[in-house]
Design a protein around this ligand. Structure first.
Ligand SMILES: [Zn+2]
Length: 301
């Protein structure tokens, strides 16, 4: 039975920062701590235990943790997390020991998508997909509100191959969309074009709107590979909605809107995410409230 005052601790582990917040059932942030994340194994565990201990309140019934990397959704096993040295760590065990609460672990894009869908007053259910555009590119899918894991690791949208060649990717391949359309890739395009390092996506969009062909061309080179990746997802899965989020989600959505559709068969149901940087931590809290720990049978919400 749901209690109105029930809360959960949401943890969003980012590449540079860790956010811990108390979240209620409406997805509101009641209290929060943000710190630079510690990338070393021992330091990360100390930090996670300390922050969740500091925020722990009697109303908390669970903890949800979003990880920036490959997480097996069925088991909660962390396989990789960018440059954070936390692969294989039993975070659920650590949380249980320190707080006495059950813990659910998910990929951070899955957490963000859960929060975005909760924030919508109405809108499509069914299958929804999300691309997160940041340092890299993440992805997630929900089917009727539940994460769709496939074998466990579905949603690695950043590794959709969009070219026969291209920059080498961390996954071992070349030509992954992450190497063309991430924030890192945008920085590389800006440097290649001889523009100041401080140039931002918003500057380029404003200049392109004013008729600047260099800015328009650069934005097209940044966004078109992602457009191809979205076309692939749409062809394969026919989602009702494709959300574009992450730190550069709003800018990428505008850059995508500049590209014409090339198909008479498929339309791309693209929308910008609305929650910004809070999506991950809010989704982690909601996920904690709505679901069982990974090892006890998966999502129930
Ligand atoms: Zn890759």
């Amino acid at each position: 039975m749901r209690r109105a005052a029930e809360t959960a601790l949401g943890v969003d582990v980012g590449g540079t920062r860790i956010r811990v917040a108390r979240i209620d059932r409406a997805g509101r942030i009641l209290e929060r701590i943000v710190e630079p994340v510690r990338a070393d194994r021992a330091g990360f565990q100390e930090q996670l235990a300390r922050l969740t201990g500091e925020l722990r309140a009697p109303s908390d019934t669970a903890v949800g943790i979003g990880i920036p990397g490959r997480v097996d959704g069925h088991s909660g096993t962390i396989l990789s997390a960018g440059y954070l040295d936390i692969a294989g760590l039993d975070l659920a065990g650590l949380i249980a020991e320190r707080t006495g609460l059950p813990c659910r672990i998910e990929n951070d894009a899955t957490m963000a998508l859960i929060a975005e869908m909760r924030a919508r007053v109405s809108g499509p259910s069914g299958l929804v997909a999300m691309f997160t555009i940041g340092t890299g590119i993440g992805g997630a899918m929900l089917q009727d509100g539940r994460p769709w894991y496939g074998g466990g690791l579905s949603g690695q949208f950043g590794h959709i191959v969009v070219a026969d060649d291209g920059p080498p990717c961390n996954c071992g391949r070349t030509g992954c969309v992450e190497t063309f359309s991430s924030g890192t890739a945008l920085g590389r395009l800006i440097a290649q074009d001889g523009l100041p390092e401080t140039t931002r996506a918003g500057d380029l969009l404003a200049r392109a709107k004013g008729g600047d062909s260099q800015a328009a061309d650069l934005l097209e080179r940044w966004a078109r590979p992602l457009f191809r990746a979205i076309e692939t997802i749409v062809s394969v899965t026919d989602p009702n909605l494709v959300l574009i989020g992450g730190g550069l989600g709003a800018e990428m959505t505008r850059a995508l809107a500049r590209l014409p559709s090339r198909s008479r068969w498929f339309s791309l149901p693209i929308e910008a995410a609305v929650l910004g940087d809070d999506a991950g931590v809010v989704g982690a809290g909601i996920c904690g409230l709505d679901t069982l720990p990974n090892s006890e049978g998966g999502a129930t919400a």
